[in-house]
Design a protein around this ligand. Sequence first.
Ligand code: PLP
Length: 368
Amino acid sequence: MKKPLFVTQPYLPPLEEFIPYLEKIWDSKVLTNGGPMHQQLEQALCDYLGVEHLALFANGTIALVTALQALRITGEVITTPYSFVATAHSLLWNGVKPVFVDVDPNTLNMDPARIEAAITPHTTAIMPVHCYGHPCDVEAIQKIAETYNLKVIYDAAHAFGVQDERGSVLNHGDLSVLSFHATKVFNTFEGGAIICPDARTKKRIDHLKNFGFVDEVTVVAPGINGKMCEFNAALGLLQLQHIDKALGCRKVIDAFYREQLAGVQGIHCLNDAGERVANYAYFPILVQADYPLSRDELFQKLKDGNIHTRRYFYPLISDFPMYRGMPSAQRGNLSVAASAAAMVLCLPIYPALQPLEQQRVIDIIQGT
Ligand SMILES: *Cc1c(COP(=O)(O)O)cnc(C)c1O
């Protein structure tokens, strides 16, 4: 049996490089609550990403939940069904009703042309996702938000390091949320962050992630425990030393897939959204009707070759039981997203993927 290949394999720097970080933690005895590693990583990420303020979190989901708290979001929020389930779950955890709108067929990001029709007197915010790290139409979304006085919170879990002509894509909207989960481009095993434009908001977020404490005796909000601990922050500092190399490897793999799959009838490689700097976080293909196999048959054929692809994003969030009864979750409202979910397959892409391993994936898709 051939070696199993997965969609992603977390990048791990040499273990000996991590030991000095552990020694520092052991010496300082500071394990959490905004210790030295945490402070260093917040600054290092601001510098690397090109953002002003960033608050670290224990994971991306708690960061999403807290971002909504920080802006006091209530009522209804317009979001996309074509994402990881945490996007909409973060709304339910805030007692907010998600309203799903369809996606753009080219980018599979929220289609700005669908937003206005979904706005009601209860709408308070828009929560789009930079799906696969491809930026949303941030200008169009901002314009609608300003017209209707809505907040914009980007689920930027896929968008680490992505830049458009204006710099980091994380600077758009009121807040952006990153995930540093093991499967993401940049990981701290578990982790996440909120990016915000001003020091005052950052302060409120820092209070909220620490139970609402402002000082020893003052609690200003029903906060949660969302703090990143020193161990994870140290992992982040080490990963950051290797991130450019890791992104470089992804770029080469992305280019080879595009070259090899370009002529395969019925296979469409999703294009980027015109970003100036991409992160090659995923390699989604659409298996179209003129391909000899259905998407699920190709999925199975790859699996038989011990290649474990993923159907991101299938099922749609709007098809899960806690959402599917909502009027906006109906198929007729989400036909582009439903069609993408039926065709999509994400192929292995990660720094350690070897050329011969990638060739195994390509050979099966080419049917050779
Ligand atoms: C990974 C992911 C999340 C959740 O992040 P965690 O760090 O795993 O909690 C949220 N949204 C999207 C789009 C994701 O891919």
